[in-house]
Write a protein that binds this ligand. Structure first.
Ligand code: PAF
Length: 280
């Protein structure tokens, strides 16, 4: 596998793929790769002859009091894993290469999807995501890009960004990969102390229970309150438990797919998860 640290080098690599008539899939990540990421790589492989992964812990999507400095950075292990997963090229720039010392020079945003849910508790987060993803799309110019559905709101933002900017990139969302006890795989799970990890499965269990009860006709208000109570009782501080339209994250409508989403903090760790609710 090739590793490139500069924009010029990864562009040259992609140009060579294209010159050979090969399609290119991009899997953007912040590294510290786990089985969820490798599922994205495997899917990318099904959609293109060449797979490019990026590893970049993007400073502009972290708030001042968030975990940017302690976010796990494991580039050597990621390189080994990506090579084993038959990734063709890794783009691993540093912040200077990506932003040239001007992180605020241009900001991309999808306002309609960025202020609610995680956006309410992480102001500026989705602008940072939309900006870095647009930059990665411009640098790599992939045919296809693959993202996990665990970050459900992020995926909605990226789909709108691609539509709004007329980018010729197919976006593929992949179902969340879970541990045996249902906990959504996340690099942040490793922050959890044993007693915190022990209660983490309750998030997914609560989302599943809410989905079932929503389908049997209970109200959004009742079920959101139930979700809060369930998670609070084992020590979570809740940012939100919310039932929304699966496409545009607005108030759910009876004949459309919905999704129940949650973000909750335990100790210093913030976990998010979601569960789709098919229209009846
Ligand atoms: O989901 C992530 O890991 C990040 O938000 C992304 C999409 C790579 C942008 O930095």
């Amino acid at each position: 596998m090739q590793t490139h640290h500069t924009i010029a080098a990864v562009r040259a690599a992609v140009q060579a793929f294209r010159a050979a008539g090969e399609r290119v899939a991009l899997v953007p990540t912040m590294g510290n790769l786990h089985a969820g990421h490798y599922a994205l790589i495997a899917t990318a492989r099904q959609h293109a002859e060449r797979v490019v992964a990026s590893v970049f812990v993007n400073p502009t999507q972290f708030g001042l009091n968030e975990d940017y400095s302690r976010y796990p950075r494991t580039l050597a292990a990621d390189q080994e894993g990506l090579a084993r997963a038959s990734c063709d090229a890794l783009f691993a720039p540093d912040a200077d290469e990506m932003y040239g010392g001007e992180p605020d020079l241009v900001q991309v945003s999808v306002p309609s999807l960025s202020a609610s849910l995680c956006g309410e508790f992480r102001p500026g987060h989705f602008q940072g995501v939309a900006t870095v993803v647009t930059k990665l799309f411009n640098i790599v110019a992939p045919d296809v890009a693959v993202f996990g559905e665990k970050d459900f709101q992020q995926l909605a933002v990226i789909r709108s960004l691609v539509r709004g900017l007329n980018l010729p990139i197919a976006i593929i969302g992949l179902p969340t990969v879970r541990e045996a006890d249902g906990v959504a795989m996340s690099s942040r799970n490793q922050y959890l102390l044993p007693d915190q990890r022990a209660v983490a499965p309750l998030i997914y269990q609560t989302l599943q229970a809410i989905a079932r009860r929503f389908q049997s006709g209970e109200s959004v208000e009742t079920l959101e309150a139930y979700g809060h109570a369930q998670l609070r009782q084992v020590g979570f501080e809740i940012d939100y438990v919310a039932i929304r339209d699966a496409l545009n994250l607005s108030t759910p409508a009876p004949d459309r797919d919905a999704v129940v989403l949650a973000a909750a903090r335990i100790g210093t760790t913030r976990l998010i998860d979601n569960f789709r609710i098919a229209a009846q």
